[in-house]
Write a protein that binds this ligand. Structure first.
Ligand SMILES: Nc1ncnc2c1ncn2[C@@H]1O[C@H](COP(=O)(O)OP(=O)(O)O)[C@@H](O)[C@H]1O
Ligand SMILES: [Mg+2]
Length: 191
């Protein structure tokens, strides 16, 4: 942001993006991350796809394994959050109960529902997974053959079929300001 204002972190937070595969979690995360890093806000990203190659390696897609994955991400997010870091989690996290448990543990939890109809996500089919899910090649696929429990009261609800990713990202940052995790400070040194 180059309007003479810069952003400062006031308190650690966990920004938790939940939604179907292809809804736009990673895309929006990247924009928010980039902007906050540019503002020198301490940021760490935990992306579900990445976490499954290390922290949660070996876990599958049963409800139990999905919940374990979410709780592990939540554990790390909590450690960082309480040390003043802004954490961005980008994970399908389909079950409400597990998300709510993380919310209780972390406290400073900002849930963002990254929402697009499954048809739109399947149309995008970023990774070619929906084609495989519909053909049955991939079982237990969220939104196709496995449940997704939408958040009942997320802090923010983004409709990525109706707004640009950049617009969604700005709404996320505004929400963090509104909730007092970030503050705008006037840059007095600028002419
Ligand atoms: N408004 C939008 N917000 C986010 N992504 C969008 C939007 N419109 C189109 N897209 C596209 O949808 C895809 C979302 O993929 P991705 O971010 O990897 O989803 P996820 O991480 O939720 O699985 C990307 O190809 C992105 O360019
Ligand atoms: Mg992703």
């Amino acid at each position: 942001m180059d309007n003479g204002n810069s952003l400062k972190i006031k308190n650690g937070f966990t920004l938790w993006f939940t939604g179907l595969s292809g809804a736009g979690k990673t895309t929006i995360t990247d924009i928010v991350e980039k902007q906050l890093r540019h503002e020198q806000v301490p940021i760490e990203v935990l992306d579900g796809d990445v976490v499954r190659t290390n922290l949660s390696k070996g876990l599958g897609f049963s409800r139990e394994d999905r919940d374990t994955n979410v709780l592990r991400i939540g554990f790390v997010a909590d450690l960082l959050t309480r040390n003043g870091v802004g954490v961005i989690v980008s994970a399908i996290s389909p079950y409400k109960e597990a998300r709510d448990e993380v919310r209780r543990n972390v406290g400073d939890f900002v849930e963002v529902f990254v929402d697009a109809p499954v048809e739109v996500c399947a149309d995008r089919d970023v990774k070619g997974l929906y084609a495989k899910a519909y053909s049955g090649e991939i079982p237990e696929f969220t939104g196709v053959s496995d449940p997704y429990e939408a958040p009942a009261a997320p802090e923010l609800h983004l409709h990525t079929d109706q707004e640009e990713a950049e617009e969604s990202a700005q709404r996320v940052i505004e929400k963090l300001v509104e909730l007092d995790y970030l503050e705008r400070v006037q840059e007095t040194s600028r002419a």
